[in-house]
Every structure is written in C-alpha cells, then in structure tokens.
Ligand binder design. Sequence first.
Ligand SMILES: Nc1ncnc2c1ncn2[C@@H]1O[C@H](COP(=O)(O)OP(=O)(O)OP(=O)(O)O)[C@@H](O)[C@H]1O
Length: 306
Amino acid sequence: MGAAGPPVAVRFSAVVRRFGKVTAVDGLDLELPPGRPVALLGRNGAGKSTTLSLLLGLDRPDSGAVRVFGRAPGRAMRDGLVGAMLQDVGGVSRVTVREVVAMAAAAAPRPMAAGAAMELAGVAELGARRVDRLSGGQQQRVRFALAVVGDPLLLVLDEPTAALDAAARRSFWESLRAFADRGRTVLFSTHYIEEADDNADRIVVIDRGRIVADGSGAHIKRSVGGRLVSLDLDGTDPQRWAELPGVLSVTVHGDRLRLRSADSDATVRALAAAGAVRGLEVSPARLEDAFLDLTSAKSGPEGETR
Ligand SMILES: Nc1ncnc2c1ncn2[C@@H]1O[C@H](COP(=O)(O)OP(=O)(O)OP(=O)(O)O)[C@@H](O)[C@H]1O
C-alpha cells in the first residue's frame, strides 16, 4: 500500500494462465481502485472465472503477478480482506441459515454481526430455516450473506445471478449495491451487458483472456460507436457486405443481417445501389450491440478493439 493516494484494491500485471493449448488469461493488466462496483463482462469461456480464481488465490498464474491490497491473494483472503461468492459452492446440509452465517462470522478476523449480513442479503426472516430446504434463489442470498459477513474490503462474485429469476435478480442487485455503498470494492462477472451497466460504475470487457474494452457503459458504447444498419437476409453470403463503405462489422441475427457502420449514410447508399434494401432499418448501436461486436468472432474487417 503506497503512501501516495488510496491503495489499489486489485492489480493484475501481465498475468497469463494457460490450460494446455488454451490461454485462458492472456497478458491481463488490470487495476481496480477501492470503493467502486466493477463488472467483468464476457461471453462463455472468455476467461472470467479463471481471472477471479487467480484473484482469490485459488489458482496461480503461469506468469505475471496478482496483488490484492498489495498482498498476495491467499494472504489477502486469510487476512479477511476478501469475500467471495463463486459459481459452484456445495450445499450445506442440516444447519439453519442463522447457524451457517454465524459460523462464517466466527471464522472471520473482523466480521460484521451475523444479523447485519443476513439483513443485507435479505435473509433475516429465513434465519431459522434449514439451508438445504431453501429455494435456489434463497440459497443464493445465503451465499451472499456468507460472502459479506466477514465485512470484506473486496467482494468477488462469479456470475451471481445465473440461477435467479427476474424478481430475485432485482433484489439481489439491491443487496449488492447496498454493500457497495459502504465504500467497498465489488467485482462481479456476468454475461449480461445490461446487468453490468445497471450495477457497475465500470465495465471491463474480456474476450479470449484479454481486455477488449474498459470504461463506463456509456464509454463502451461510444468507443464502439457507429450505427446499426439492419435488413432482411437475402440468401447470399453475408460476408459480401463486409467491404461496403463504413461497415465495421457484419453479424447475422435470425433472418436479419446487421451491419455496424461508422457512416450509415454511405452504407445505406451502397446497399441501395446493390438493390439490397428489404426491411432496411437504421438505428443507434445499443450497448448489447457494442458487447456483441467486441466479443463475437468478428465476421467483418478487424475493428479497433480498445
Ligand atoms: N481447469 C481447466 N482446465 C482446462 N481448461 C480450462 C480450465 N479452466 C478454464 N479452462 C478454459 O479456459 C477458458 C476460459 O475459461 P473460464 O472458465 O475462465 O471462462 P468464463 O469466462 O468464466 O466462462 P463462463 O462464462 O462459461 O463461466 C475456456 O476455454 C475454458 O475451457
């Protein structure tokens, strides 16, 4: 922890992690200042879980370094600075919610009251219930209570809402924001850009183990930019449109062709000249489009990715 300015919560320096031929994390440089919710966004297999495992000291990089509040990840965990909610946490049987949260509190160096963690997670009224008899959504909330009861400075969550329905998601994010409002750093992974945009101040987009965008939702949208020109597929190879003026990328969604364009007027003129105007629409690029563009195997010309 340096004397100048606040300490960095998380620092990845040139981190590489390979599994056989797969490079799951590919030279990752990332710095998170304390006190903000940050989303790690990427599609399946992008390297999110591996990144979080390295951060938690559950795995080690092949090269590069990971530091959490200036300490080795394992040390930071043992010092109670980090709380985690991972994807595959085995169920606990026979104990009640209150018991399991109290046990976790007893194991932490400087916990909050078990009741406070249950309150924060929205499981205060489930205290006397057996954990193994709760619904999936309720169990997820208990896991959240277990992750926060140590009152960690950094909370790490791997796809925390994967198994939740819409209502459970909403209340989960409320709990998470309430925790972040205590000035804690929160890093969560997700597949969903809307979820990232709604619940994080900063979105780090990762693809093939590399950061392809980093900033607010608005920043990411701007950095991808452009407008979306969509039209009905005409049965020809979509690739033929990749070379049209302005076109940054070409994707196919159902029976629609989507061209993201830096100059939609020029793209539309070229399409019209080629007689391809069926169902033509021009719209601003949405956040979802930006994400797809950043992370889908590019079918158009390689775009600037940062
Ligand atoms: N223990 C492992 N052994 C072999 N390959 C692995 C291992 N862990 C991860 N990988 C591979 O590394 C890549 C990144 O996986 P990772 O689980 O980090 O991605 P992810 O972004 O978390 O994906 P998801 O959203 O599906 O959980 C994938 O290609 C995956 O198959």
